[in-house]
Write a protein that binds this ligand. Sequence first.
Ligand SMILES: [Zn+2]
Length: 163
Amino acid sequence: MTNLSFHACYPNRHVRTSSDLLTSQGKYIASVTYEVEKSDEDWRRQLEPDRYAVLRKAATEAPFTGSLLHVDANGVFSCAGCGQHLFTSAQKFDSGTGWPSFDACEPGTIIEREDRSLFRRRTEILCSRCGGHLGHVFDDGPTPTGLRYCVNSLAIEFDVEET
Ligand SMILES: [Zn+2]
C-alpha cells in the first residue's frame, strides 16, 4: 500500500443515512440483507479469484494495476458481482492515485460504511444490491461534488455505450 498520504485524509462529513442504518444493524456484510444474496461458496465459484478477493474479502488491488484506470470511453461501470450500474464515464476523473476515481455515483447504488481497518478511519463503499466491496469514498474530490469514489478495477466492469 503506497499512497498513505492520500488515505490519511479523514472525511469530516458525517456518515450518511445508509451508513447509520448499517451501523444500527451491525457492521458486517453478513448481517445485512441484500437483493442479491449468495453463499461464500457460490461467490467463490462465480468470481475469478482476484475479483473474489476484492468484492467479498475487501482486498485492495495494487495502485496503477487496474485495467479500468485509463478507460475514458463513454459508457457505464457496473458491479462485477451483480451487474448493477454504479457509475458512468461522465463521473470518472483522473485522481492520480492509481485507482479509477469518480466524483458521483448513480443514485441509490452505493452503501457507505465506516472502515476502521489499518488504523485509519475511512468510509468503505459497497454495492447496494449485493454488498460487494468496491473501495472507499473520500471528501477531497476536485470537482463541485467534493467527493472522490476510489474504486478497484477488479470490482467493476465497463461497457462501452453504443452510439
Ligand atoms: Zn453488486
